[in-house]
Design a protein around this ligand. Structure first.
Ligand SMILES: Cc1ncc(COP(=O)(O)O)c(C=O)c1O
Length: 415
């Protein structure tokens, strides 16, 4: 038999055996057979979500404090969100960005209204990483006269894993295999240390990129004075300040955007995750002045700003506003932070430090947290790690008092 045909048959047989292995139906291991081996899979199957709660196939209810890594700010299956998307599905799913579209217009206008006046034009894409790619290209296009343009990022920063964004991501675990394709034109300063930024600035520096609350490396909010000095430094040295709000945006930190905590206005803001309530969208927002430095065709994406996702984003922002979710994030976040900081005072407990803003909270332990997260799951609370020793609490912003009490009581039991 032809080797090619043989391998297809073999592949199908193996797939069948795997899929049919339990009661002729889907089981936990079925997916592993076909999925690239790049993910550590959970040992339970979620089939439904409502508000802050996820339901598994055995009827168990979990409080979701992972929210797809800070995506579900409006919670799962919000009725208004579903209604708006269903209507848009009937009308028009996809039309390329070159075709004017009213739903897209509404979103672009809204993004301009909810951000400072200078941030008045947006490039829509499909993910956080893409929003960063667009920001990098915009900064480079604005500085096309520079021979060897450099960007300053921060130690412990995370900005994505594509070959552009990966340049700005600090962790060697993500970078190492791809170093031959990474640039040396990114320098890493110490987060919170303005002198370390100053030392890296030279005639080639074009931009600084920052997460005002670092998310992936342990939840570190930037000190207030540092963020303000950074903005002043960028103005003084004519550097573009890029603010990565992919994780912090849309109310997560108790303000609509983290830069509001610091009373600063970045030159470019990158958004994604929560923006479209669970459907994929990225947005890079900046000024007309900067975007005018880019030419038609220098950046593009097929799906970016399609009407379906724009409708989802419009619905998400409307829900955030109408249900005062930013205020709830600040209120519930403060309650949690207060309680957890009190717990951390007890030297006998495992907690070393509690950090965060709003409902973006990191509980730093004296031990690795993998087993603690597993224990929490057994108590029907889904948490996320941030680095090896920090638990990240990222509930939907719709979380209520009773659910917050439950979250805190599980965490108290863990420590
Ligand atoms: C701060 C930050 N920037 C960028 C990204 C990349 O976003 P995405 O996974 O949507 O590409 C992430 C993802 O976790 C993030 O937290």
């Amino acid at each position: 038999m032809d080797l090619y045909i043989f391998s297809i048959i073999n592949y199908n047989i193996k797939g069948k055996i795997n899929i049919m292995s339990k009661n002729n139906s889907y089981s936990i291991n079925s997916e592993q057979f076909y999925h690239s081996k790049l993910f550590q899979k959970k040992d339970f199957i979620i089939i439904k979500g409502k508000g802050s709660i996820l339901y598994d196939d055995k009827g168990n209810e979990y409080i979701d404090c992972e929210t797809g890594h800070a995506v579900l700010n409006i919670g799962h299956s919000h009725p208004k969100y579903i209604e708006i998307i269903k209507k848009q599905l009937d009308d028009l799913v996809m039309i390329p960005p070159g075709y004017p579209n009213e739903v897209r217009y509404k979103l672009l206008k809204k993004l301009s209204e909810i951000t400072p006046r200078s941030l008045n034009q947006t490039f829509l894409s499909n993910s956080g990483t893409e929003s960063i790619e667009a920001a990098i290209k915009l900064a480079l296009a604005v500085n096309r006269d520079k021979k060897k343009p450099e960007i300053i990022a921060f130690k412990k920063a995370f900005h994505g894993r594509s070959l552009g964004a990966l340049n700005l991501t600090f962790n060697m675990r993500y970078r190492k295999p791809f170093l031959p394709w990474l640039t040396t034109n990114v320098k890493f300063a110490s987060f919170g240390d303005i002198e370390s930024v100053k030392k890296l600035i030279n005639e080639n520096t074009i931009a600084v990129i920052i997460e005002l609350v670092q998310g992936e490396s342990g939840v570190f909010p930037a000190p207030y004075d540092f963020a303000r000095e950074l903005k002043e430094l960028c103005v003084e040295k004519k550097l573009i300040l890029i603010d990565d709000e992919v994780q912090t945006g849309f109310g997560r930190t108790g303000k609509l955007f983290a830069f509001e905590h610091y009373n600063i206005v970045p030159d470019i803001v990158c958004m994604a995750k929560a923006i479209a309530g669970g459907l994929p969208m990225g947005a890079t927002i900046s000024s007309e002045e900067l975007f005018n430095k880019m030419q038609i065709g220098e950046h593009f994406t097929t799906f970016g700003g399609n009407p379906l996702v724009c409708a989802a984003a419009n619905a998400t922002i409307e829900i955030i506003e109408q249900e005062n979710l930013v205020e709830n994030s600040a209120k519930q976040g403060n309650k949690m932070l207060e309680f957890l900081k009190e717990l951390a005072k007890d030297d006998k407990k495992l907690i070393r430090e509690v950090r965060g803003k709003g409902l973006m909270i990191g509980v730093d332990y004296r031990i690795k947290v993998k087993d603690l997260i597993k224990k929490a799951q057994e108590m029907f609370l889904l948490l996320l790690n941030s680095g090896l020793s920090t638990i990240r609490i990222l509930p939907p912003l719709v979380i209520n008092d009773i659910q917050v009490e439950k979250v805190l009581s599980v965490i108290e039991k863990l420590t």
